[in-house]
Design a binder for this molecule. Sequence first.
Ligand SMILES: [Zn+2]
Length: 253
Amino acid sequence: MRLFRVSRDLTSADRLIANEIIAAHTWALPGIQNCPRCYETWASCVAYPDVDLSALQGQERYRIRRPQSLYVVHRMREAVRPFVAPGTALPPGAEFGPLVGHGKGTFGDFGWPAWPGVMLVRPDVALRLEAAGITGLRAVPTRITYWGSEDPLYREVVFGYEGRVFDESLPPGGAPACAACGHRDLPSGRRAAIDPHTVSGTLDVFRSIDVPSCIYATSAFVEAAQALRLTDISFAEVPTTRSRTTRRVTYRL
Ligand SMILES: [Zn+2]
């Protein structure tokens, strides 16, 4: 299976598309501050924009983005669990609910808020891609206000998460999860290649479960986007053979 990294098109020569969208999801689990076991302070960027926490008691605490202790994060995570499907990954920093924010400028078929792993799509564009047989484009409304410019009516794609990085991309000894907080010492999206054998093939566009800041698409998605001449999206094929991944060596004192 050929896979492509999906990102904003920053090479567009015409510059007809120039915009800025500042937005964040309504609720979030806090990040972990100083895990007592691995000493990391961290947060994931996994997002579930279709999960509504408005009925969660104390939901206003989920609007404050400040890292918390392992105990507090654990307690807040367990309170969220009834609101998500069984087995949903809920790492520290996981976000929920619609995007809220503002934007301005001129827009293409896809929109890119300054937030990792978030992709917006015009509703008619999603329908045209789905009519072409593309899967994985379920999208939900956003609450973005557009200042002095066209409202592109963007919806946010509710991504599925799959695709593990190759073992060879990991530090020597692998990257076992911290038993307390779940932190893993994974390479960045640029260095990590995902193993196509860990991709189900049922989604033509998805985010990596290991590196959720990265959006990936199948060749079917790329071909459909190119045939429809969609704007403000670019694709870079990722190496999917083990020999082409580089082993990262790190030393920690
Ligand atoms: Zn930890």
